[in-house]
Design a protein around this ligand. Structure first.
Ligand SMILES: *Cc1c(COP(=O)(O)O)cnc(C)c1O
Length: 497
């Protein structure tokens, strides 16, 4: 049996289904595996359609699920549930390509993974004979929350609690979450930023291990954040899909490199690209694009990770993050699975707020990764210029990536470049409309309509209908209260209001 192990301790192991159920390793590390132990023929994968690719890749990463079960889960998660029949279409834009990841039920790329994660959890519960209720805890910088709520709503055997930073999400993102329906969902605003919410969630996991926080409640915790390997694995699929599309259109010959530019926050999406590369896909460079919270740009250029810095609220809120969880997995993979080093660096980060990696490790990382950042002003200018030059409407996160693509273009010469487009512009309608220097109504739904009239692109139905929904989830708590909140919710699981 293929075993995952904690990035901090090789003895802390879990089967794929156990890793999916636990979310995070008991020692606070993330479940990972040495990709050298996995075998995948990328050429074979690239001959398939999206659904076939998903079955193949997920089958290799999560081999505990039977082929039949995987087929069933992939079909149920994607067939007919995305507005694009090939799920993640690749479209040309100027001299690059946009990988459109936002055609799912909540209009953000998180849908690709969160449409299938609840099915993994249900299947894993059966395999492991889990009879306790699975309680999903999720911290969100805006988009994960809604996609997770939608994915887990009314899934038998599960309950989900989402924590979002009280003033760190867009008005539309907030409305998406507070109006969520379903009898097993709870949503609370946390006074603080995303890092506070994410740290709070991680601490609750540790408290459960060490202080038996939820003892006797007949629940077991899991996570829908990209710390969960079941959330990360589906994100590899669209890298293969983009590569296969370029091959089909004869833009590349099989084996030619393709570069990817990724708007980055928690480092999950771009890490999936690195894993795809580890599994053989001819990925050229991976470009990590950050907003003004450029902690990753600093790390990838200097080898020093320092979170002791000012936190900025930006117009790309889903990337307002100073503690990027999945960087831990990159350190693990790029160091040849050196869990001692990872444990040491993570301890330094916790105790001192910073760490530095050895020069050879940095060099190894820099062979693949480039990085750049872009502030709100440049983001707005990018939205305007890409609309005017290429007639493509970018959301602020995608615009950050496009701007960084333009900054790094020279270093990327020679091979086609794919920019990951992570959200519908309508999720951030006021910011996008004002970037176009168009008169901007005060109310966000009015902005959606004007933006649609200006661009000729229809508003996705899931966003248009939000206007008429009544908020149901108005809890607002301090970050210190998160553990008690979870304890209270776990004490009585009947959340039917
Ligand atoms: C979550 C998110 C990102 C960042 O992805 P990570 O996996 O956290 O790096 C970028 N753009 C949008 C729209 C997002 O929702």
């Amino acid at each position: 049996m293929l075993l995952y192990s904690s990035t901090r301790n090789p003895k802390e192991t879990a089967s794929p289904a156990e890793a999916v159920l636990r979310g995070i390793a008991p020692d606070g590390g993330l479940y990972m595996i040495d990709p050298a132990r996995l075998s995948l023929d990328w050429r074979e994968v690239c001959a398939l359609d999206f659904y076939g690719m998903a079955e193949k890749i997920l089958g290799v990463l999560l081999p505990e699920f039977s082929e039949d079960a995987m087929h069933r889960m992939v079909e149920a998660a994607y067939r007919g549930r995305f507005a694009a029949p090939d799920v993640t279409p690749l479209t040309p834009a100027g001299d690059a390509y946009l990988l459109e990841l936002f055609h799912g039920p909540t209009s953000a790329f998180k849908d690709v993974a969160l449409s299938i994660l609840p099915r993994f959890i249900t299947e894993a519960r059966v395999l492991k004979g889990e009879t306790r209720e699975t309680l999903i805890l999720t911290a969100t910088s805006g988009d994960t929350g809604k996609a997770a709520l939608e994915g887990f709503r009314d899934v038998p055997g599960t309950h989900i609690i989402v924590f979002y930073p009280s003033d760190g999400v867009s008005a539309i993102q907030r409305q998406q979450m507070v109006t969520q329906e379903g009898d097993n969902v709870a949503v609370a605003a946390v006074q603080g930023n995303f890092d506070d919410a994410q740290t709070g969630v991680k601490e609750i996991f540790v408290k459960c291990e060490e202080e038996h926080l939820l003892e006797g409640k007949n629940v077991v915790l899991s996570s829908a954040n990209s710390i969960n390997i079941g959330r990360l694995a589906p994100q590899l699929v669209y890298y293969f899909k983009a590569y296969a599309d370029l091959m089909k259109e004869k833009k590349i010959a099989p084996g030619d490199p393709v570069h990817f530019v990724v708007p980055t926050g928690n480092f999950g999406d771009i890490l999936a690209g690195y894993l795809a590369r580890c599994l053989g896909l001819p990925v050229g460079r991976l470009v990590c694009a950050s907003n003004k919270n450029d902690v990753l740009t600093e790390f990838l250029t200097t080898g020093r990770y320092d979170r002791r810095r000012e936190f900025f609220k930006t117009e790309s809120p889903s990337m307002d993050i100073l503690i990027s969880s999945n960087l831990e997995r990159l350190l693990y993979l790029a160091s040849g699975c050196d869990s001692r080093l990872v444990a040491e660096k993570m301890q330094e980060l916790k105790e001192n707020g910073w760490y530095e990696v050895p020069a050879p490790l940095l060099a190894k990382i820099q062979e693949v990764f480039l990085a750049g950042s872009c502030d709100d002003e440049a983001t707005r200018a990018t939205i305007k210029s890409v609309w005017e030059r290429h007639h493509r409407l970018l959301d602020p996160h995608t615009a950050v990536a496009w701007n960084v693509y333009e900054q790094t273009k020279e270093a990327l010469s020679g091979a086609p470049t794919v920019v990951l487009s992570t959200a519908s512009p309508y999720k951030f309608a006021p910011a996008v409309l004002s970037s176009l220097e168009h008169p901007t109504p005060r109310e966000e739904f009015a902005c959606m309509e004007v933006l649609s009239a200006v661009s000729g692109i229809p508003v996705p139905p899931n966003l248009a209908k939000l206007r008429d929904l009544t908020p149901r989830h108005l809890d607002c708590i301090h970050k210190e209260e998160m553990a008690d909140y979870v304890k209270g919710k776990a004490g009585s699981l009947d959340w039917n209001r």
